[in-house]
Design a protein around this ligand. Sequence first.
Ligand code: PEP
Ligand code: MG
Length: 602
Amino acid sequence: MAGRRTFFFEGLGVSEGVAIGPAYVIESDRADSESWEIADSEVEAEIERFEEALRLAKDDVRSLGQQVAERVDRQQAAIFDAHLLMLEDPFIVEATIKRIRNERRNAQSVFWEVVHELGDRMKAIDDQYFSERNHDLYDIARRVIRFLRRLDSPERIEPPRNRAIVVAHNLGPAETAQFSRDHVVGFCMNEGGATGHAAILSKALGIPAVVGLEFITNYVRSGDMLILDGSEGKVVLHPTAEQIRHYEKKKQRLAAYRRSLEEYRTVPAITRDGAGVSVLANIELPEEIASVRANGAEGIGLVRTEFLYLSQPALPSLDQQTAAYRAILTGVEGLPVVIRTLDIGGDKLPAFPLAHKETNPFMGRRAIRLCLDKPEMFRTQLRAMIAAAVGRELSILVPMISGLDEVRQTRAFLSELVAERGAAGQPVPLAVRLGAMVEIPSAALLAPALCREVDFLSIGTNDLVQYTLAVDRTNSDVASLYRESHPAVLHLIHHTVTAGIAAGKPVSVCGEMSSDPRYAILLVGMGVRTLSMAPSAIPVIKRAIRAVTLVEAEELAREVLLQTTPEEVERTLHQRLHRTLEDLKQAPPSPSQPGASPVAAG
Ligand code: PEP
Ligand code: MG
């Protein structure tokens, strides 16, 4: 809008593409519906809880203020002093404490009412200053409520209706899954890492996204004009007409580039010297089935089944799951499909209480651990998979395998359930293949032994990086330490692939790493022959594989595996692949003449 100061924000681009449109700020103001009575004996503890949340909110505001002072300027940071004053305002604090005592209700509902009453009075004053303070008031209220809740259970989100760019503090995959391309053209948030599930979902939904923007929600109001560049990780608030023109052009260029890749959908991924690579799709949502074939996938290498558990208020029934899995299997009839058992936990939390809150959820009762602890829930899912695959082959993949025992227990469940159908005279799948995800270093180190227990392995690099380097994949504060190029990660992958080759067991890679052309080529050089990725990445990866020879990819892998730091690895990838990959960004050669661009010499 003319006359408004333009702000630039930089974060992590996690889903490519450009979006231009009004902001839609997701405000977590749902505390009014979180009202419950408390007993006399609980009053003092509830007040303490409120005071602790205020303290934490103040610490948070102070550190934000410092960051803004360092990165933007002191003047902008002054707003946080005003926030601190509000957090100490007796009208808010004392009024809340008094009402918790008198009304015997929980802190967030009382606090939210106090804030609303004050907010309404401010709104009634027709003045620019008060309208801005009103926004500040809600901003600090949401901060306090987040600390009061101390749980990240997904919220129902009212989606925007005006093709807006969603701006949020942090959204989990359950919330992100509620967006659709019809309503949301872009997505950005303060927190989040490159391979968090909100990021993965925005890619699956084809919505450009930037995460890790730190404090963008403090600047943007719903309705403000934004530009979001998911390829470069940039967001522009109140862009000038010139900037809008520039990004409109970029948007058109990207669309033309994507159209130019279309012909790669129908050709196989074969290196210039004839080595074939299977390129498969990962799907997070049933509506992606159409894009599997449309992008030329040779099958589905990973069905994340969490969508059934994240999108509804109770556990999905046997019938519901059977129908969902059958729809996927028949939707890509004739193509191989690998369905993964439930990977709930970490940053994927259902809307209903399935397990108690954990301090360290990524290290906690996630995925197979939860399934083995809740055998009936696990049996229901396995029964549904078996029923859906009658008359076909069923490939089941188990996440978060840390050792042999989880595989053996899963196999025992499968034998029991297949026998159960047999005894009841019900038909069974033609074969049941069991695979283990290698995403914890212990599983990678045990790969030779795992190969004796399973039919195939699939390397989940998103978690393998997180668990090898002890870097939370969703935490933007440590995003710079999250490096697929870390030699420790690469050695674990290489060890796993080598074990698979020696045992004659297929090993695929289904983490985000396989959708990056540099790493796709490196993985092929290490011996990987199956890559599974977001459907939209498939044409680019096919094209990258067709641009190199296996000999070159193997040389690259040999060189990279001798290196000892992520920087060296990245430098080598850049030196050897930059020219090829830059050429690929230009109009592609006809797929009938694969490999028009050689790998640059090292
Ligand atoms: C992975 O960890 O790489 C993976 C594919 O699983 P998810 O991203 O669902 O954890
Ligand atoms: Mg994983």
